[in-house]
Design a protein around this ligand. Structure first.
Ligand code: FES
Length: 157
């Protein structure tokens, strides 16, 4: 477990790598989530200070986008898009295959496997449908074979 100081140092490193312009807030939040698996409060306060926003404005963005997590959870996270473009290209079959292979219970989490499965209604990149995000990495035009490869990879790590 990292100390609060280490968290804060890493967050500062990320925020300072970006221009101090609020248009970079979402990129910052994505980078923080990729690093820690969620958006810690220290990141909200750091973004508020650096991008000249109130903490409430930063929280507003964190809570608006379902891709951001506010709590630490499983080590791995898989987000399966179920929006229209992804749905018509097999998004539901992908979801069912993930559930089958990971043997997940209701709620989509299995702490023993350390994988959380979530669905969203659009990830904003419909041309790549069907889309799955694995630990922050977007996977385009996913098919059932690729689901198997992703699950094998998750189970190895
Ligand atoms: S519907 Fe899946 S990315 Fe838009």
């Amino acid at each position: 477990m990292k100390s609060q100081e280490v968290y804060e140092e890493e967050i500062e490193k990320i925020v300072k790598s970006l221009p101090a312009d609020r248009r970079h807030l979402i990129l910052f939040l994505h980078q923080v989530q990729q690093k820690f698996g969620y958006i810690p409060e220290a990141a909200v306060l750091s973004a508020s200070d650096y991008f000249s926003l109130t903490p409430a404005e930063v929280y507003g963005v964190v809570t608006f986008y379902s891709a951001f997590r506010q709590k630490a959870g499983c080590k791995h996270e898989v987000i399966i898009c179920q929006g229209t473009a992804c749905h018509v290209r097999g998004g539901e079959a992908l979801k069912n295959e993930f559930w089958r292979l990971l043997k997940l219970g209701p709620g989509g989490e299995d702490p023993e496997k350390n994988v959380a499965l979530r669905t969203v209604n659009c990830l904003g990149c419909c041309a790549l449908a069907p889309v799955v995000v694995v630990d922050g990495q977007y996977q385009a035009k996913v098919n059932l074979n690729k689901v198997k490869m992703i699950v094998d990879q998750l189970e190895k790590n």
